[in-house]
Design a protein around this ligand. Structure first.
Ligand code: BG6
Length: 297
């Protein structure tokens, strides 16, 4: 594990060459490379990494609101996607482990923990609750797991939503299909938030912004298939929704921090979350949700 000179980010590398890089701002994973050095995440060339705005790319964390909630009692003042992605988190440390099966380097994994608590966020006017967040990023040879634990440290309940806004890098969006969502109902945000049912695989042929509720359990995989290969398989733990987002031409054009403008061809957001309903956390209770993204190696 190494730290950048300006203490803005943490990088970890496995003996087998895989790397992950996390910006303390937002605890945003901004890079994940396999042993060949191939980047798995899409990061905009115009992304701000200086803490001036949420990162366009990588894995921004969405908490405690997905989108905005102007009519919600306690979440109405929150900025789009909440404040987890635009506050500086604390690095809590790393742990490494080897599988019991053997002592080969290939079995090694590294886990990096980050924390953000209400005392570190000056937002009591935005969201009046005491909370603690622990975010763990675990790198293995064949996958990356990100896991968030939300604890209610207040003496009253609160409602929240959680989502991992993963920007996966693809070679050519027109060659991509997403499997594992057949039969799932979804809210189509580019069609007046109407409710629809997915039939067959998902292909992306224009602006796409959908909140899916897959029929199977969270561990049922959602896979990205491209030109006959399966570069990514995403499983979830306790996250019942999957948002599928691609801005396509016009939306990409409209985002100042989106570059190159045809970068939408090389990205696909597959965002596991608990956003279909509010999660109610009683005083002292915790909520844990995780995603695991598996790559072939
Ligand atoms: C997605 C939302 O998760 O995030 C979209 O479903 C939104 O509606 C997109 O446009 C990007 O949001 P932002 O705030 O990072 O521009």
């Amino acid at each position: 594990v190494t730290f950048s000179d300006d203490n803005s980010r943490v990088t970890a590398e496995l003996p087998t060459g895989e790397t992950v890089e996390i910006l303390l701002y937002g605890a945003t994973v901004i890079s994940w490379k396999d042993s060949r050095g191939d980047e798995k995440l899409w990061l905009s060339e115009a992304a701000k990494l200086d803490g001036s705005k949420p990162v366009r790319g990588g894995i921004p964390l969405v908490f405690p609101v997905f989108g905005t909630a102007p009519n919600h009692a306690s979440a109405s003042k929150l900025p789009q996607h909440g404040f987890a992605r635009n506050n500086r988190w604390e690095f809590l440390g790393k742990s490494t482990s080897e599988s019991a099966a053997g002592k080969q380097a290939a079995d090694l994994s590294v886990k990096l923990d980050f924390g953000l608590s209400s005392s570190a966020v000056s937002n009591s006017d935005l969201w009046p609750f005491k909370f603690n967040l622990i975010y763990s990023v675990t790198l293995n040879r064949e996958n990356l797991t990100t896991s968030l634990v939300v604890t209610n440290d207040d003496d009253k309940p609160f409602e929240c939503q959680v989502l991992m806004h993963t920007y996966l890098r693809v070679k050519d969006i027109t060659q991509v299909k997403i499997t594992g969502l057949d039969g799932a109902s979804y809210t189509d945000k580019v069609d007046g938030a109407s409710t629809k049912s997915q039939s067959g695989d998902v292909t992306i042929t224009g602006e796409t912004d959908r909140v899916y509720t897959p029929k199977g359990g969270p561990s049922d995989p959602v896979s990205v298939v491209e030109s006959g290969k399966t570069p990514y398989t995403v499983t979830r733990d306790n996250l019942s929704n999957v948002v599928v987002w691609n801005p396509w031409t016009e939306k990409a054009e409209g985002m100042a921090d989106f570059a190159p403008k045809d970068g939408y061809k090389n990205m696909l957001c597959i965002e596991p979350g608990a956003v279909g309903a509010w999660q109610t956390l009683e005083a002292g209770d915790a909520f844990e949700g995780a995603q695991t993204i598996t790559i072939p190696y």
